[in-house]
Design a protein around this ligand. Structure first.
Ligand code: ADE
Length: 240
């Protein structure tokens, strides 16, 4: 059984979208992973096919109804293997490479895409849904966030990317951002490729890359740097 993604959304036509192209698209056509986008509106029970209602306690926007969402999740589970069920929301736990790797190693995922102001809390609790955010900014809906999560998982599936993915992922998992890359021409617009990279000296190249990865991590992501060097916390810009 291949890795199975089920998306619960009010806009199933958005899928596969970008995931139908490039490596993810080829893997989808090759059956490395499977995708089903289910329309939440199909589980509405009233004659207006309503999926949302006004927030209890007042306020702006609309909230997805628990009964409709619960029926959609039930259908998703019935249609495939037991899988973790996640809700994409800016108030979720930040998505990490560790979580991505664990999901990629499992049977797949059920991803609920929020819209409007949110989802009734009771169905989140009753179904044990894991709330996931892809970053500290607000999208108009969970669909692009679900695509981001899926893309990150799919590239790790066996045979999708091969050696390049594992090398890149390994460096990121070590807590460092990547070193800069160069290719030919060795001189372009007056800018030369760093000579060490043309030296053929593998140990020196590895040392240079490591030092650059550390410098970039320190400059751009003091939070990651502090995790690697807890003793030096706060000294970020000073040392080295
Ligand atoms: N839906 C809206 N914004 C989001 C975010 N930042 N992450 C996940 N889902 C979202």
């Amino acid at each position: 059984m291949s890795w199975q993604a089920t998306i619960l959304t009010l806009f199933p036509e958005m899928f596969p979208g970008p995931l139908g192209h490039s490596l993810a698209g080829r893997a989808l056509r090759d059956g490395v992973w499977g995708l089903e986008a289910i329309d939440i509106r199909g589980f509405a029970t009233d004659r207006h096919r309503s999926v949302d209602d006004t927030p209890c306690g007042g306020g702006a926007g609309m909230v997805l109804r628990p009964d409709v969402v619960d029926a959609a999740i039930g259908a998703a589970l019935a249609a495939g293997p037991a899988r973790p069920a996640l809700v994409m929301t800016p108030r979720g736990v930040p998505l990490s490479q560790t979580r991505v790797r664990a999901l990629a190693e499992g049977p797949g995922a059920i991803l609920l895409c929020g819209r409007f102001e949110g989802i009734d809390q009771r169905v989140i609790e009753a179904r044990g849904l894991e709330e996931i955010s892809i970053g500290d900014y607000v999208l108009s809906g969970g669909e692009p966030a679900a695509m981001v999560l899926l893309d990150a998982c799919i590239r790790l599936l066996p045979g999708v990317m091969g050696a390049a993915a594992s090398a890149e992922e390994e460096s990121f998992s070590q807590g460092l951002l990547e070193y800069p890359h160069y290719t030919r021409p060795t001189e372009w617009q007056g800018r030369a490729v760093p000579p060490v990279l043309l030296s053929g000296h593998h140990a020196e190249i590895a040392r240079w890359r490591r030092a650059e990865a550390e410098r970039i991590t320190r400059e751009r992501r003091p939070d990651l740097w502090a995790k690697l060097h807890p003793d030096a916390a706060g000294a970020g810009a000073m040392d080295g």
